[in-house]
Design a protein around this ligand. Structure first.
Ligand SMILES: [Zn+2]
Length: 125
């Protein structure tokens, strides 16, 4: 099942795989933008599992995920321009459509996970 997943090597998180203790890196599916992490042994760990861990670690992982998505956005915008220049308007439109989806996802994640900074010294709970 992991063959559709692209491992973003070189972007190792501080997380380790619950199954084998390998370092986890963000993975992205080629045909849809699911959020997950994977290890080099092929285990895929959902974001929900990682959310059970400490929130500081979770923030790191969301920030890393957003950075990964933003890189993809830049690459797709570039790809769309190249496709357009070469007359592949259909491909260009599809890439731009993906950019819109991914940008919405980045905005949602920023809003959900990175916006509500608790005041220093005030601990929720
Ligand atoms: Zn593993």
């Amino acid at each position: 099942m992991t063959s559709n997943w692209e491992l973003h090597r070189g972007e190792a998180t501080r997380f380790s795989c619950p199954s084998c203790r390998e370092s986890l890196v963000p993975v992205s599916a080629l045909d849809r933008f699911a959020f997950a992490f994977g290890c080099s042994a092929g285990h895929v760990v959902g974001l929900g599992e990682l959310f059970d861990r400490q929130s500081a670690e979770m923030r790191d992982c969301v920030e890393l995920l957003i950075a990964t998505w933003e890189k993809s956005i830049r690459q797709m915008v570039e790809g769309a321009e190249i496709a357009s220049r070469h007359g592949s308007q259909d491909l260009s439109d599809r890439l731009r459509g993906r950019v819109v989806v991914l940008e919405a996802q980045v905005a949602l994640f920023r809003e959900t996970f990175l916006k509500s900074d608790p005041e220093p010294g005030i601990s929720p709970r």
